[in-house]
Design a protein around this ligand. Structure first.
Ligand code: ZN
Length: 226
């Protein structure tokens, strides 16, 4: 039996070096920064975003470590049977008592594009099916949008629909039922200009959801079907 060939392992020293520089700069600018974080994390925001490497939650919002609790997956999808997303949401809402949950899509999302153009990408097809469901739900709207704007339009609709999914979780319905201060938001980030766009899908209680949804859809129609 031949021994498997040994490969030279890249231990990514460049990342360790940049990490050391970053940590040192942080302490210079803000003495005691890490020792304060050690005591507790007290974020006001939870971010549910896409895994896309171009959409990092902290950098986009200018937030420091400790300020935003993050969950990311392909195409920022919220599924009521996804234990990973639900556990993160539950910890954020029940333990950390975040005040805002931000669902953040982005233009040019590869997951949304795969759903729109019905591209097969592999295992993720089954995940992206949730985005295709959004397309199917809004097919009448989507058919009124020019071909070149459909991807942006679906990125926005997907974000709006995922806010609804967050609102429907037991975590959020229970929090609102006990009167907890918690607001949901739907945003879409522009990779081309670095700016966040508000989908007008903000709601601070179960009673706000319908109105927020209708307002978001009206805003969407003005933008894409006007
Ligand atoms: Zn994406």
């Amino acid at each position: 039996m031949t021994e498997p060939e040994k490969k030279t392992v890249d231990t990514l020293q460049n990342l360790f070096e940049s990490n050391r520089r970053w940590a040192a700069q942080k302490v210079v600018r803000n003495p005691g920064f890490f020792s304060r974080l050690l005591a507790q994390q007290n974020p006001e925001y939870m971010w549910i975003g896409c895994s896309d490497s171009r959409v990092p939650a902290n950098q986009i919002t200018g937030l420091d470590p400790g300020e935003v609790f993050v969950h990311r997956n392909v195409a920022n999808v919220v599924v009521p049977t996804d234990l990973n997303c639900l556990s993160t949401l539950q910890y954020a809402v029940d333990q950390l008592k975040v005040k805002h949950v931000l669902v953040v899509g982005h233009y040019g999302c590869g997951g949304v594009a795969a759903a729109l153009y019905e591209q097969r990408v592999g295992l993720a097809d089954n995940w992206i099916r949730h985005v295709r469901d959004v397309y199917d739900r809004h097919i009448r709207r989507m058919e009124r949008v020019s071909a070149e704007r459909q991807l942006d339009g679906l990125c926005e609709l997907n974000t709006i629909e995922q806010v609804i999914k967050v609102a429907q979780t037991t975590v959020v319905t229970d929090a609102w039922a006990r009167g907890q201060d918690l607001t949901l938001h739907g945003w879409v980030y522009g990779i081309s200009d670095g700016l966040i766009h508000d989908m007008r899908m903000s709601a601070g209680g179960a009673g706000d959801m319908k109105e927020a949804y209708l307002a978001a859809l009206e805003h969407w129609e003005q933008k894409y079907c006007g």
